[in-house]
Design a binder for this molecule. Sequence first.
Ligand SMILES: [Zn+2]
Ligand SMILES: [Zn+2]
Length: 270
Amino acid sequence: MTMTITHLGTGSRGNSTLLETPSAKVLVDQGFSGVQLQKRLARLNLKPDDIDAVFISHHHGDHGGGALVCQRKWGLRVLANERTAQELGLEPELTTYFEALDLVRIGDDLAVLPVPVPHAGSDNVAFVASHGGERAAIITDLGSWTDELVTHVRGCEHISIEANYDHKRLMYGPYPYSLKDRISGRGGHLSNDQTGQFLAEVCTEKTRSITLTHLSEKNNMPHLAESTVLFYIDELFSGDLTISGQQGPDFSHYIGQSGEELAADEISTN
Ligand SMILES: [Zn+2]
Ligand SMILES: [Zn+2]
């Protein structure tokens, strides 16, 4: 029983993450063009037709901009809340509307829970995917967090979360004051420090891997994100910390199976 989490790419130019179990393949967000999605899936020997469902967190173009093309070109089913579906002009017959905190089941072995997160001008949700008793959280585009989010993410085996900007770089950087204010406000994005503080609340001994996503190209650097976050969770976390950039897919996380079992599995199927 394994679930793999593969980031096809994350950042302001497009986000999409593939979750794969023995019975289901789903995308979390689809902010790429059809051609880009095809290319990125092809590197994993997959086609868009292989995808069972596409979950969309919110309507911003870098997360939902490629949802409609999945419906029109490949007839894929898109799952979103009503506001997001409306903003994206999704095809109703290929859309399933979810409600916050209502568990959605896909195939025999995957369940996905949408949890609301504050992000200005949108009805954004984080997703907590469960498979075989273990959980992976995919959280992006939030200016702050709620106790409810902490409750649902605490103790997840894998956590992907945005570390959008370094506070100093944003404040001394080239953006106009109004935009700096919007990014750093309650409805904007998480800074490296905020991501570290959130992770310090949710990491437990069960947490085995963390991926930092959606780094700003102007206001952040991978080494700053990594070192800042580690400062907050150093005592709590001894697993893998990785960074997902705009170019993917570049790595996968496995939950539900140890490394040794995985190696044995690969040998038996080769
Ligand atoms: Zn975004
Ligand atoms: Zn957004």
